[in-house]
Design a protein. Sequence first.
Length: 146
Amino acid sequence: MRNWRTDIEESLRDFLAHEFRAGIDVEVEFLSAPHEPPQLPEGKMAVLGFWQDGEWLLIGTAGPNSGPRYSYQHYNLWSAKSTLAKHLTQDPEMHSLVGSDCETIRDWIKASTNRVNILLPATADPALPRRLKVFLLARLHPRLGR
């Protein structure tokens, strides 16, 4: 069975071996379920992922000025076009687990998913989170939002 921490550690190691020169500071936060949505640290941009029951659900990005995207939009049906909450309701199997009620979905995400945050300095190349996301999509094959 896959392990979400190992998936990220190995993927990040391989990505960094090809992408970076020395000096880029990358921080990884693993938030096991249940978790609370974190705040985007000042001076950071991020790639984030949600894992549940042996599979990646979604990989996303948040720029340095995207605090709401990072902190709460993925937990809410009505806050943005592409969120974990919306994708869950569009997948028939996942919809049967989470239902359609905004509060129930938000509570389910916090209680049932593990979350990883890969934090990058905002001073790095602004295209870096997108490149890392594309790499992780190809490597991890998330169920939703490809």
